[in-house]
Design a protein around this ligand. Structure first.
Ligand code: SF4
Length: 224
């Protein structure tokens, strides 16, 4: 069985609650969504057998916090991912999954192999896509069996009503999950966006959902 992988590299985590942790990154090729702000390169991939991928990861040594399975959307290649997770678990690696939070049966099938889940919440007024609230609700229910935090991209276009919907899902399903408000990196200098982030953080506080504003720091400090 082969998997399509865009790149394998080591770096520091640039987003979310594990910001600054040294990780190995396996970027899966392909995604099932089409977010307006997406800047993930999807023009090339290398095919790996699970064992080949493990061998490549071993070349980076053993000083990393965890392996970040990222994308694209790793769960799109669930069967390949599962085989890799079995191998890397045997070798003692910790598993961190970055996911867009929509592929529920795929998550159910591999969740026992995961340690940490960084789940996106896709707000339609940020992404320019249809709502995926139902999928997010079901995904969060399953993902909450493990350590989880949530990330959502905030753009100048993001509507408060979308954030309220997201807050409702968090309160209903996992009130202790931390929500990262992540400004759209293409609009970093936008004053209106900066004000919106503070308003949104305040709204989260009033609704008793823990939220942090954290930029994509790898872009700010210029690492991969
Ligand atoms: S889910 Fe991630 S990889 Fe997929 S289109 Fe959206 S931003 Fe890009």
């Amino acid at each position: 069985m082969k998997g399509k992988i865009s790149e394998v590299f080591d770096s520091v985590q640039g987003e979310g609650l594990y910001l600054g942790e040294k990780q190995l990154f396996v970027r899966f090729f392909g995604c099932n969504l089409w977010c307006r702000f997406c800047d993930t390169k999807q023009d090339a991939y290398i095919e790996y057998e699970p064992q080949e991928l493990l061998e490549e990861l071993k070349l980076y040594g053993n000083s990393h916090h965890s392996i970040s399975f990222t994308g694209g959307e790793p769960l799109l290649q669930k069967n390949f991912l599962k085989e890799v997770l079995k191998l890397t678990r045997k070798d003692g690696y910790k598993h961190y999954l970055e996911t867009n939070g929509t592929l529920v049966p795929e998550l159910e099938d591999i969740i026992d192999y995961l340690d940490i889940i960084a789940m996106d919440l896709k707000l339609p007024s940020s992404t320019d896509m249809v709502c995926v609230w139902g999928m997010h609700r079901r995904f969060l229910k399953v993902a909450s069996r493990k350590e989880i935090f949530l990330k959502t991209i905030i753009c100048a276009s993001t509507k408060e009503s979308d954030l309220k919907e997201a807050i409702g899902i968090i309160k209903e399903i996992n009130n202790s999950a931390v929500l990262i408000l992540q400004p759209n990196s293409h609009e970093r200098q936008n004053k209106a966006l900066q004000e919106k982030l503070l308003q949104f953080k305040d709204l989260c506080r009033k609704e008793r959902v823990t939220a942090c504003i954290i930029e994509q720091m790898h872009k700010v400090i210029g690492v991969k």
